[in-house]
Ligand binder design. Structure first.
Ligand code: ZN
Length: 412
């Protein structure tokens, strides 16, 4: 058995190998910066043309020009295809039942999006069996994997009772280590106007029941959801229970979300659609990633975040799906990349970096989001010669193979 895990695999004849590698600045590099303002060094987009990659023990053991590749036990010919790190989706809500197609239809007919729509999913989730919830979750997780998402975060937040939040995080923990406790998604209807009473529950018994299954704590800091002081209380309680903070911030209008996130040392402030100059300054001088979710603006017909302003200010930007049944029901990061390029004026390189290395930063993971030596061998082989095709051919399924820890896990 030990021999099996030591078999090495050489993937060669790679047209473009996107590594995002921290220390891989060889002369064969084709990327790095094409006028991008992101600081060079760790975190820069980096790609190697006519490349090869060796996998050993589920990790990347070597990358470089194909002409210099070492021998390996087995060889895979990429036939000129592009190879990218597996996508890292740092924001998804996959534990729910029901769907809201009619709400989407009405919204496209002119009705506005509001946080209240979440409540219909809460009702369907509460009345679902564990098997129904788990089945829907696993179906969506498989859908993500087949499209190249090899790491994803998954939030609770549609149970909103101690029992329903606890089973949500427990089920999520069966499919990903990146589980987020989002009891503070919205105040459930049985609490009426008593948001203080609900925050006590979120910070008390609900947190105690959820913390053993979660890594992260999140709060929807927004008008109609939770205010700044409530958000601070939720994050502080989560931190005291061993969870790390992240925040839904500034999605529907200007507000304190980004400042609360930065103050709390959150890994990520997510949405960032309505930012003041002070919000951008705060992000730029912090380790908090701005996670942009352009599928939401697409699906709610709202203005897109100003990605260029964030990038030009030196903020680390991630792109994620926000896959959820209300405001954005896509599990496709290629779709989000195409939106980021076309609608948010990100370069193709910036968008691909944001959906891989950026997502990893937003989850504080160093083993994924890049293909440097030592990284987990999570990768995507495209049926295209370059990463740019993800935006150049929008809507076309280009993910030919998905590898996880050095094994093919999906093929189309
Ligand atoms: Zn969300």
């Amino acid at each position: 058995m030990w021999q099996h895990t030591r078999v090495s695999t050489l993937i060669t004849n790679i047209g473009e190998l996107v590594t995002n590698a921290p220390d891989d600045g060889g002369s064969s590099a084709t990327g790095g910066s094409s006028g991008e303002t992101r600081p060079a060094g760790p975190g820069s987009y980096l790609a190697i043309a006519d490349a090869a990659l060796v996998i050993e023990g589920g990790r990347v053991a070597w990358t470089g020009p194909a002409s210099q590749a070492p021998a390996a036990d087995q060889v895979v010919d990429a036939d000129g295809a592009a190879v990218l790190p597996g996508f890292v989706d740092s924001h998804a809500h996959l534990v729910f039942c029901g769907e809201r197609g009619a709400e989407f239809e009405a919204r496209m007919a002119g009705l506005p999006y509001s946080a209240g729509g979440i409540r219909s999913t809460v009702a369907a989730t509460r009345s679902a069996t564990d098997a129904e919830l788990s089945g829907n979750l696993r179906k969506l997780a498989a859908e993500m994997l087949s499209q190249g998402i090899t790491t994803f975060e998954c939030k609770s937040g549609y149970g909103l009772t101690v029992v329903d939040e606890a089973r949500s995080v427990a089920l999520a923990a069966e499919v990903t280590p990146e589980v987020t406790y989002l009891g503070a998604h919205v105040v459930p209807p049985e609490f009426g106007q008593d948001s203080a009473g609900y925050v006590d529950l979120v910070c008390g018994p609900m947190l105690a029941a959820c913390a053993p299954h979660a890594r992260w704590v999140d709060v929807f800091c927004e008008r109609g959801a939770f205010g700044a002081d409530e958000a601070r209380a939720v994050l502080a309680a989560g931190r005291a229970a061993g969870l790390q903070p992240r925040v839904h911030a500034n999605q529907l209008g200007p507000g304190p979300g980004v400042q609360v996130a930065v103050e709390a040392g959150a890994a990520s402030a997510d949405h960032c659609t309505y930012l003041a100059a002070a919000d951008i300054d705060a992000l730029a001088s912090s380790a908090t990633v701005a996670t942009l979710l352009p599928g939401v603006e697409f699906s709610t017909r709202q203005p897109y975040p100003d990605a260029r302003r964030l990038l030009d200010a030196g903020v680390t930007v991630a792109i994620a799906t926000d896959c959820n049944p209300g405001s954005c029901f896509t599990s496709s990061l290629p779709f989000c990349i195409a939106l980021a390029v076309r609608e948010m004026r990100m370069t193709t390189r910036e968008a691909v970096w944001a959906a891989t290395a950026g997502g990893a930063r937003a989850l504080r993971r160093e083993d994924v989001g890049h293909l440097g030596v030592g990284a987990r061998a999570d990768l995507i082989m495209l049926s295209a010669p370059s990463h740019a095709y993800l935006a150049y051919r929008p809507g076309v399924p280009l993910t030919a193979e998905v590898w996880q820890a050095g094994q093919v896990v999906a093929r189309s």
